[in-house]
Design a protein around this ligand. Sequence first.
Ligand code: C2E
Ligand code: MG
Ligand code: MG
Length: 423
Amino acid sequence: MIEPKTTSQIAAPNEPESEPGIDRLRILLVDHNAFARSVGRRALHSAGIRSILEATSGREAIEFLGRSVLALDIVFCDLMMPDMDGIQIVRHMATLTAPPAIVFVSGVNEVLLSAAENTARARGLRVIGAIEKPLTHEAVRRALARLGEKPASDGSRSAIDVTPEDLEVALAGDQLRPDFQPKVSLADGSVVGFEALARWQHPNKGLISPGTFIPIAEQSGQISALTDQIMMLSLKQCAAWCDAGMRTKVSVNLSAHMLVDLNLPDRMAHEADRFRVDPSQVILEITESGLFRDDANALDILARLHMKGFPLSIDDFGTGYSSMEQLRRIPFAEMKIDRAFVCGAGKNAKSHAILESSAILGRSLQMTVVAEGIETQEDWNAVHGAGVDLAQGYFIARPMAAEQIPVWLAQWSSQHSAQPDAS
Ligand code: C2E
Ligand code: MG
Ligand code: MG
């Protein structure tokens, strides 16, 4: 049996301040090359990691991964090793009961890195980074920041156990609310609107994200009640902003499951009227993958929403199955390019090509093109260069409670003439 040697407790010179909790993480660094391991070790130390276990081969990595007592949190894994490649390690990790998160590190091209990333995700692993060698402490920090985030929710898994009965209580009380995430113009940084994103503040279970409860609401038939509530709160907020002198737009997500309710357009128009909000200020985002559930009714409802003046937006564009057909049949005013093609587009040639051609398509169909998931200055520059109109993402702001918006707005307006720099 191989005895694990850790390099923990080795202090790095001039260590920068690290995030709380980082020093408790247990890392497995896998690389057959001794020099690459020493560079990696230094980068991990200067990012604040204290406990690093090193594996000099794929075989050794698998041996360590099998020992649950090691309680590993993250594997930094080289992709190309003589005895085993990173994808074979991924295959093994996927069989573990509680696999650690993974960061791919490689000197080979980015196409291979992203293929490995996709394979690991498809096997249900948590990928928090794909880094080109040499490993730097900045790249390590970015990956560690992702570890703190909730995994991107695809609706298929739920870490928090909630039932339709819990949701009913939430809907009857005031546990559900929208957070708002700004959308800004890439041309001049001006704030053009906010997307309302549902949040559930559960009295015992804490804050629950939509990836957990939207699928439950869809399956239990509560999605209409939920949307009505988020819509009502968003309209109320939009009216309050307007009263305070800020006429802006609000985007609300519509589940495709609601496109069977023929009363929806009348109900929405009535609600907008009740709050004295013009329908042109209320963008309805529809995820393209679900549009065809009930073809005739869906088309009927969308056409009537459009007639009543609500701009329609095709959300997560590029991830559905029949995007082109949807664009031809439905009067969309806005295209939201999925973050899969935005985040990291500056580095990934394929993402960039998809981003650029989507933007060209959107603009030639006279749609406003929005890029979501902008996380870095590089992403901002890439979408700006691709001719996208509006930007949304953590680089600009995370979704926040309405009360936090005035402070954010003041900060943003004082900075945006100089920043973000699109050069
Ligand atoms: P979406 O409409 O595509 O919303 C964007 C999601 O991306 C949000 O996740 C947002 O927090 C996240 N996001 C924004 N910027 C970034 C970024 O820079 N990086 C990354 N990694 N993520 C970013 P959230 O709030 O968890 O919502 C997930 C999905 O849940 C939404 O995707 C939407 O499909 C659905 N959803 C949210 N609220 C509602 C709602 O009121 N009704 C319905 N039907 N669906 C909703
Ligand atoms: Mg959306
Ligand atoms: Mg989206």
